[in-house]
Design a protein around this ligand. Sequence first.
Ligand code: BTN
Length: 222
Amino acid sequence: MEEPRIVRLASVTSTQEVARDLPIGSVVVADHQTAGRGRLDRRWDAPSGSALLASFVLEPHPLLSLAAGVAAAEACGPDVRLKWPNDLMLRGRKLGGILVEVSGGKAVVGIGINLTSAPPGAARLGLPRDDLLDRLRAELSAWASAPHGRILDRWRELSVTLGRRVRVELPGHAFEGTAQDIAEDGALVVDGQRVGAGDVIHLKQRGPGARSRAAPRRSARG
Ligand code: BTN
């Protein structure tokens, strides 16, 4: 059994690329990524040293994506919430994101959190990177092995998606509805339909004269 380790690097293509060749328990942290990746094939770009950019190699399990979201929200602090599936939100703005990639019996959980700068419209946390990394390691270790019911319950408590009108964008198809719950496997339930992947956009709350419209295309970070 190889020793788990923390690998600290100045610049990488993506911490995900380095992490996938390392044993379970390893963590890769970088100051800068030249080809950082977000969900749904988006890019994740951040100025050098301005964000926590880390990938954790863990045992795969079906709720790992939600568990990682809960762990990251807990590590960031009491004001941080989750937008389905696991975007970190601070006062309505995106603070960070999580990308889970599974291959070869390992799951690589990539977490990016804006610390000292953020794109227009996004949030930043302002915590020291190494303090946040220590908290993340502890929370991830706890939540990755938590009972599924506890992960789902805590995700529901932290959610800013449940109860909202949302637009679901799937390849070649989109619809609007109310996000009602998450299913036992982590799928979002929108007007009775299960959404397992794709993009979920929070629609503006309707007021007199308000109209719903899709948010513009954006990078993963903002
Ligand atoms: C998203 O919100 O779409 C997920 C963003 C995940 C970004 C992190 S930064 C560290 C790790 N390396 C990557 O290339 N991506 C993840």
